[in-house]
Ligand binder design. Structure first.
Ligand SMILES: [Ca+2]
Length: 336
C-alpha cells in the first residue's frame, strides 16, 4: 500500500493526542511532520504534548514545528478549561525527551509543499498556520493535495457560542482566508476543504465501556488514554451531562483514510468574523449565493465504523471481537 504523505497541524489537546495516535497507527498515512498552532493550549505546551504522543507511539523521529502563537487578528483564547492546564487533562505525565525543530511551522509547511508532491494536511486546530502559509505563498500552498479540517458546524449548535465551534471561533479570520481562497483562487482547481464539523464529531463519544475495552486490548495505551481523558469526562458530565467525552479530532483522521466513515455534500461556505456570531460557518446548502463551492460539508457519520477503525488500528483489537463488542456497546447508535 502506498501511504499518503500527511502533515498534521494541531493544538494538542486531548482529542488531538488521540488523533495523532490514530494517524501514527494507520498504514495508509505517512506522517511526515507535525506543526503546532496556538489553540487548546499555547504552542509551547502543544509541542510538549505532540512529542509525548510520538514517544508513546515510538515515533520520535517525526519532526515537530512551532507555529503561530496568536490568532491573526483576535486576542488568543485557549481552551485549558476543557483540556487542563497541561493540555492533557492534568495527567502530569513525564516530559518528553525531544524538542521542536529550528524552522517555524509556516516555513516548514511551504518548504515541504514546494519540494514534495502529493502532500495533504489534516488540520485539527485553528487555521492560523495554514492561513499564514497561504498569505505568504499562495501558489505553493495551493499545491496541497487534500485539506481536511476539523472545525465549524452546519446544523448543530457551536461549542463556544450558539453558532461557533472552537477552532474557527478562536481564529475566524484565518478560517475565512482559507475558505475564501478555496472559492475564489483558481489555483486550488476545484479542491474543497473537507469540513469535519460538530455535526459529525459530536457523535463520537468515548464512553467508559469503550475505554474499558481499550484497556483490555492494549493495557499500556488504554491506561494512557484513561489518564488523559479523566478530566475531560468530568468536564462533559458537568457541562453537558454526557457520560464519557466527545473526541472531535480523530474523526478527521479516520475520514482522511476512509471516506465512507462520513457523508456530506459540496457547498460554498463563508466564515463570519464580526459581531456576536463570529466564527460561524454559513453553509450555502441550497446554492443561494451561486458562488464557487469551496467545501465538502460532512453531516453524517458511521460511529461504529469509526470506533472499529480506531480500536483495531491503535489498540490492536481483533476485528471480529471488536465487531461483537461494539454491537453490545453501540446498540441502536450506528449511522447517526
Ligand atoms: Ca484540536
Amino acid at each position: 500500500m502506498n501511504a499518503r504523505k500527511v502533515i498534521i497541524d494541531c493544538d494538542p489537546g486531548i482529542d488531538d493526542a488521540l488523533a495523532l495516535m490514530l494517524a501514527l497507527s494507520l498504514p495508509q498515512i505517512e506522517v511526515i511532520g507535525i506543526t503546532v498552532v496556538c489553540g487548546n493550549v499555547p504552542v509551547e505546551k502543544g509541542i510538549v504534548n505532540a512529542r509525548r504522543v510520538l514517544e508513546w507511539m515510538g515515533r520520535e523521529e517525526i519532526p515537530v514545528y512551532a507555529g503561530e502563537r496568536t490568532p491573526l487578528m483576535r486576542p488568543y483564547v485557549d481552551a485549558m478549561d476543557t483540556h487542563g492546564e497541561d493540555g492533557l487533562g492534568e495527567s502530569d505525565l513525564p516530559k518528553p525527551m525531544g524538542k521542536e525543530e529550528s524552522a517555524d511551522a509556516v516555513t516548514y509547511l511551504l518548504d515541504t509543499l514546494e519540494r514534495e508532491e502529493n502532500v495533504s494536511i489534516i488540520a485539527l486546530g485553528p487555521l492560523t498556520n495554514l492561513a499564514r502559509a497561504y498569505q505568504r505563498a499562495p501558489h505553493i500552498f495551493a499545491k496541497v493535495e487534500e485539506l481536511v479540517s476539523m472545525g465549524g458546524t452546519f446544523r448543530t449548535p457551536g461549542n463556544c457560542s450558539p453558532v461557533a465551534e472552537y477552532n474557527y471561533w478562536c481564529d475566524p479570520d484565518a478560517a475565512k482566508i482559507l475558505y475564501e481562497a478555496f472559492s475564489a483562487d483558481t489555483q486550488f482547481k476545484e479542491k474543497k476543504i473537507h469540513m469535519i464539523g460538530l455535526d459529525v464529531t459530536r457523535k463520537i463519544v468515548l464512553t467508559p465501556n469503550i475505554l474499558e475495552y481499550m484497556k483490555i486490548t492494549h493495557p499500556v495505551l488504554g491506561e494512557l488514554v484513561e489518564k488523559i481523558t479523566r478530566f475531560y469526562f468530568d468536564f462533559h458530565w458537568k457541562q453537558e451531562q454526557v457520560i464519557g467525552c466527545v473526541i472531535n479530532d480523530p474523526l478527521a483522521v479516520a475520514y482522511f483514510v476512509d471516506k465512507t466513515v462520513c457523508q456530506g455534500f459540496d457547498a460554498y461556505t463563508a466564515v463570519e468574523t464580526e459581531g456576536i456570531s463570529y466564527g460561524q460557518t454559513l453553509v450555502d446548502e441550497w446554492d443561494i449565493w451561486k458562488k464557487p463551492q469551496n467545501s465538502h460539508i460532512l453531516v453524517k457519520t458511521n460511529v461504529k465504523a469509526f470506533m472499529h477503525l480506531f480500536l483495531c488500528a491503535v489498540f490492536h483489537a481483533n476485528e471480529n471481537e471488536c465487531d461483537m463488542v461494539l454491537e453490545q456497546i453501540l446498540a441502536g447508535k450506528e449511522d447517526s
